[in-house]
Design a protein around this ligand. Structure first.
Ligand SMILES: *Cc1c(COP(=O)(O)O)cnc(C)c1O
Length: 349
């Protein structure tokens, strides 16, 4: 038996293990759902026919999503997390051997799925300031089947203004897939443009600002033609009835969602200020702190691995990259404890 190398070379996803009091590593919301809302969801779940397959079109969840973002439901496809949608797009909208353009730094899953789909993946480096080089991206994408990137970006936290995204959509002949996983924290979305462009697909998720990482719901938004193909290509029952029910309930909670979002933006700005103060105080250890359009902060440091390990020993999880740390916003208490931890690490007794 011969299994393909693209499979056997894979390393299993390494979820963080060990006991962490403070989790600032996965860009989740630090708000759990209020108890009254959990009760309302529990009542809805009681009414489910657990013996029946779920709605393949996730109608209630899609309608709630479309209403929340004020877009037509006919442009929306639901996925088992936006991760699944990325997998469907690479496997079904693109052909083996065709070219997918990504940028670096960016979300690592794009290249993971591109490799499994046997695509040629071309990486366009970002500028010195970690911004997308729009002209280089346009040039690299002229013979590409698709371009995919996150905006605002995970892990840099930087955003590309809407006018620049429009320039990309108009100058790139292939598909332009804009992953707006963090766009709830900024306001330069191109969601409203999907009907105007034949080559635009926007991805959204319930895992970040919406606070439903446990539930696995993501959405792809595109014109009705692309949406028709996407709905045809996905597996019929990709979103289970429990997730659909929960997402439909929570997406109706407009004022709750907006106040959680606003609170996270405030905490992220405090985290940014705090990291800047620490970087000024300990310039040997911390380098640039990047301005953030997301719910996390990216700090450049040559000691990412060491600091990551020292924080972990204190029960604090952050995300480590070769050249920096990605730290998600937390509650006031969590961020205060993070500050104490940094002070102890950099100034040991
Ligand atoms: C977290 C994240 C996602 C979300 O994936 P889900 O599968 O919906 O949880 C997608 N794209 C980016 C860039 C992310 O950071």
């Amino acid at each position: 038996m011969q299994l393909p190398e693209k499979l056997t070379a894979l390393k299993p996803y390494d979820p963080i293990t060990g006991q962490f009091d403070i989790r600032l590593d996965a860009n989740e919301s630090y708000f759990d759902l209020p108890a009254v809302l959990k009760e309302r969801i529990a009542a809805k779940l009681e009414q489910l026919d657990f013996n029946r397959y779920p709605d393949p079109l996730a109608t209630d969840a899609i309608n709630a999503f479309a209403a929340y973002y004020q877009i037509p439901a006919e442009c929306v496809t639901a996925g088992n997390g936006s991760d699944e949608l990325i997998s469907i797009l690479t496997n079904c909208f693109l052909q083996a051997g065709s070219k997918l353009v990504t940028v670096s730094h960016d979300f690592s899953m794009y290249r993971f799925y591109a490799a499994l789909a046997e695509m040629e993946s071309v990486v366009v480096p970002k500028t010195e300031q970690l911004q997308i080089d729009v002209d280089a991206l346009i040039a690299a994408a002229q013979d590409a089947a698709a371009v995919i990137f996150s905006n605002p970006c995970n892990p840099t936290s930087l955003g590309l203004p809407r006018a620049e995204i429009i320039r990309l959509i108009e100058r790139i002949p292939g598909l332009v897939i804009v992953d707006e996983a963090y766009m709830d924290f900024w306001n330069e979305s191109v969601l409203d443009l999907v009907s105007q462009y034949e080559n635009l697909i926007v991805l959204r998720t319930c895992s970040k600002a919406i606070g439903l990482a446990a539930v696995r719901m993501g959405f792809a938004v595109a014109n009705p033609t692309l949406t028709g193909y996407l709905r045809a290509a996905k597996s019929p029952y990709n979103c289970d009835a429990v997730s659909q029910t929960i997402a439909a309930e929570v997406l109706q909670e407009q004022s709750l969602l907006q106040s959680c979002r606003n609170e996270m933006i405030v905490q992220t700005q405090k985290l940014y200020t705090m990291m800047n103060e620490l970087a000024r105080k300990y310039p040997d250890y911390l380098d640039t702190v990047y301005p953030t359009r997301t719910n996390f902060v990216f700090v450049k440091t040559a000691y990412a691995k060491e600091i990551h390990g020292a924080l972990a020993a204190k029960g604090i999880a952050v995300r480590c990259f070769p050249d920096g740390l990605r730290i998600c916003c937390g509650s006031r208490r969590e961020q205060t404890l993070l500050r104490y931890a940094f002070e102890e690490i950099f100034q040991p007794e």
